[in-house]
Ligand binder design. Structure first.
Ligand SMILES: [Zn+2]
Length: 396
């Protein structure tokens, strides 16, 4: 087996699943198992500065000439499907027929028509019981392969590199303890996407809405002119939100109700608010406050509390201000005969927050797909292409 794929499979087998309820960093101690291994391997690859900090984040530096280019991937895996006992299998020269993962699950072109592009190529898949964790161990393996190439080719002239392997990306906490100072890069890339031709330069602005409603609870028999049912008030509130701005109808941005908890006396509901446009998101906020005020006026005995908190921001304004990384990536793709596609992520990336912190960080692909589930795959040819792309980016 190719040593770069062998390296990916070795990382994939290490359970690094995050936990959204832990309240500590890293959210799971086991993420450090991979971080520690990476420090050891970085040293073996000749990096003099390579260490894990108290949060499990790995930083490493390699000298070179020119701008310091940052490369980042995350060690943790998603929460939807288990990451314990990952048992990767290679399908060589896929004929396009169903890939039987186990008795229960298969990968078929019917279900995943976008996979047509991989017919004739080699895929790493799961045994149907776990996710694969190519998100984002493929990213890590790409960075390690690049460092390996540099070690094997002492004449290869390159930029100085700042490497960071972060923790807890999947629970939105990758940037929480991330240090720009320890990283020490001029600009960076997250290698945490899918297709090789993608350069992700835009993502949602994201907020969370939390509404707490206290009604007035008395015996319904004595309720006339007194009882205010919090559940009904909650339904009225939601009914006043713009109904066409939900994921079913809207593409550019939306509000999406995620939970409702409560009784006729007290209710709390949570929704996520997303939009590529900051202005549109703020307009939605204004509508929400207006609904609160209208309902408060209609039901003065009820209490309605609205909390809107920031989650992450669109990186586009930051990327536009410092186009260096995008230009480099674009040039590298074209040099290798790949037409770059500038994509908008309907979600967030750690890079979006790094960009806001001051380190402009667009996202590149890994050659993997169907993330966060048992149908996850890694296309070996695309993975190898990504290694070439990153080498082209950092080349002097
Ligand atoms: Zn990821």
């Amino acid at each position: 087996m190719d040593k770069n794929i062998e390296r990916f499979i070795r990382y994939a087998k290490i359970d690094t699943q995050a936990d959204e309820n832990a309240g500590i960093t890293p959210s799971t101690e086991k993420q450090k198992n991979l971080s520690r291994l990476l420090v050891k391997e970085l040293k073996e690859l000749g990096l003099e500065v390579a260490y894990m900090d108290e949060y499990g984040i790995v930083y490493a530096h390699l000298n070179g000439e020119g701008d310091v280019i940052g490369l980042n991937s995350h060690v943790d895996t998603a929460l939807e499907v288990t990451d314990t006992n990952v048992n990767p299998r290679i399908v060589t020269k896929w004929d396009g027929k169903d890939i039987i993962l186990n008795d229960q699950y298969k990968i078929s072109l019917n279900q995943f028509p976008h996979m047509e592009q991989f017919v004739g190529k080699d895929l790493v898949v799961t045994d149907g019981n776990t996710l694969l964790g190519a998100d984002d161990k493929a990213g890590i393996a790409i960075i390690m392969a690049v460092l390996d190439y540099i070690k094997e080719h002492p004449d290869f002239k390159h930029h100085p590199l700042a490497i960071a392997f972060t923790v807890d990306e999947e629970i939105g906490e990758g940037p929480k303890h991330f240090s720009l100072e320890k990283m020490g890069a001029d600009y960076a890339f997250t290698i945490d996407g899918g297709d090789v031709h993608s350069i992700d330069i835009e993502n949602f602005n994201a907020q969370q809405l939390r509404v707490k409603i206290d009604g007035v609870s008395v015996h319904p028999g004595e309720g006339k002119n007194t009882l205010i049912n919090a559940l009904q008030l909650q339904a009225e509130f939601i009914g006043m939100l713009p109904q066409k701005e939900t994921p079913y109808y809207a593409d550019e941005g939306y509000w999406h109700l995620t939970s409702v908890n409560g009784t006729s006396e007290q209710v709390e509901f949570v929704a996520i608010l997303r939009n590529f446009s900051r202005k549109a998101l703020e307009e939605l906020d204004t509508k929400i406050y207006k609904i609160r005020d209208e309902l408060a006026a209609k039901y003065p005995k009820a209490t309605i509390k609205v909390e809107i908190s920031e989650q992450y921001e669109n990186m586009k304004p930051y990327v536009d201000k410092d186009p260096r990384p995008v230009k480099k990536a674009e040039a590298a793709l074209r040099k290798l005969g790949i037409e770059p596609k500038f994509e908008r992520i309907k979600g967030g990336t750690d890079g979006a927050t790094f960009s806001k912190m001051g380190l402009v960080t667009p996202n590149l692909g890994t050659g993997s797909g169907n993330h966060h589930g048992r149908f996850e795959y890694l296309c070996i040819q695309d993975f190898n292409k990504m290694i070439e792309i990153v080498l082209e980016i950092i080349k002097r």
